[in-house]
Design a protein around this ligand. Sequence first.
Ligand SMILES: *Cc1c(COP(=O)(O)O)cnc(C)c1O
Length: 439
Amino acid sequence: MPMNKYVIQLPKDQTPRQWHNILPQLPEPVGPYKNTTGQVPPLEALIGSVFPPWLIEQERSDQIWHPIPFPVLEAYALWRPTPLIRARRLELALNVRSRIYYKNESVSPSGCHKSNTAVAQAYYNHLAGIKRLTTENGAGQWGTALAIAARHFYLDIRVFMVKASLAQNPARQTIMNLLGADVLASPSLLTIAGRADLAKDPHSPGSLGLAISEAIGEAMSRSDTNYALGSVLNHVILHQTVIGQEVKKQLQIAGEKPDYLIACHGGGSNLGGLVVPFTPDVLNGQQIQFLAAEPATCPTLTKGKFGYDFGDMAKLTAMMPMYSLGADFAPPAIHADGLRYHGASPIISSLVKSKIVTPVAVEAEDAFHYAILMAQNEYVVPAPESSYALALTCQKALELEKARTPGVLVFVLSGHGLLDLSAYENNSGLEKNSPAKKD
Ligand SMILES: *Cc1c(COP(=O)(O)O)cnc(C)c1O
């Protein structure tokens, strides 16, 4: 008998040994990446100067199962498998009969799901003889995850962190420095894209799209340096499929069939990681709804246009087939910085186009409201990003209650918010939304 039947923990040796590549199974194939003039050169010519060959192979692979290299499995064993937890007290607080589960990805060394791809990417770069990585960072989770992974595989790392986010959360720089990363505020004077932006506006707050331009710009200029991206790309979604594979086994142990799988959407990686392993089941007729929770202030999937667009502001990336608000869209400052991205993963975009994933815009106020309910009932402070998935899950459960059709809902707690407390402090709704203060 388990000590607590609401905590579903797999044994270590049940960590997935393979990643699930959905590309060959998609009903709407992902179109090829293009260059600025709309041509389709080989992927090596497009992105080969900043990515190692194994990741390029994964980016366009038509093989479904990819064995996870042993050094990556060894790193995964530090925190995987992660627990699936039934949020029983949250259900009671909401007064719903639906069963709500969350996959707790906050238990990784970085406190979020991004470690799943960070260790894989650092490993392949190490294998390619690369000495340094550059990357961009909004909220700080990706920089933290990659800093840890870089140390694990003996690489140096420089992080271009969006200036506005850095000012909002200086503790993030401290932790990255502590882990040995070099952190620069973006726009910086170090790159062409940074200088161009500062020339236009010396007080520019920066954006994720611009920080990507800076990180790629530096990686292109040095042969010992590669670039790593924490979301969006096919190989990132691939690495994240350990999440959904574990959830599948854990739900079987719990004797549950999921009705809703829910994740927040920034670039699509925690959502893709959850839903990809269930996608063949849905294509075979199983009834599961996949929901993407995105901020109403950065509504890429609900309001964006599908087409070819760049991943960054300076247009240094390949053009990718995806939903986008436009590469020069600068989303308003919200506290869930990890969701402030103009584009979307081509895989998620394809799943949205074929109506397998349904996007829903969620208000920031609701995200905070349910984050506080979660903290006070499940004792986890969700990352501001994860609160969007949580809020949508709670809203769905309430809706099902009204319709008298309770179900099984699973969401990804993509990270904890213990390093994002400034987001909670600055939230005027904290007092008003606190359930403890309501009566
Ligand atoms: C980066 C991040 C996200 C958004 O990225 P996706 O690629 O959409 O998953 C969500 N939650 C947390 C905690 C993050 O760090």
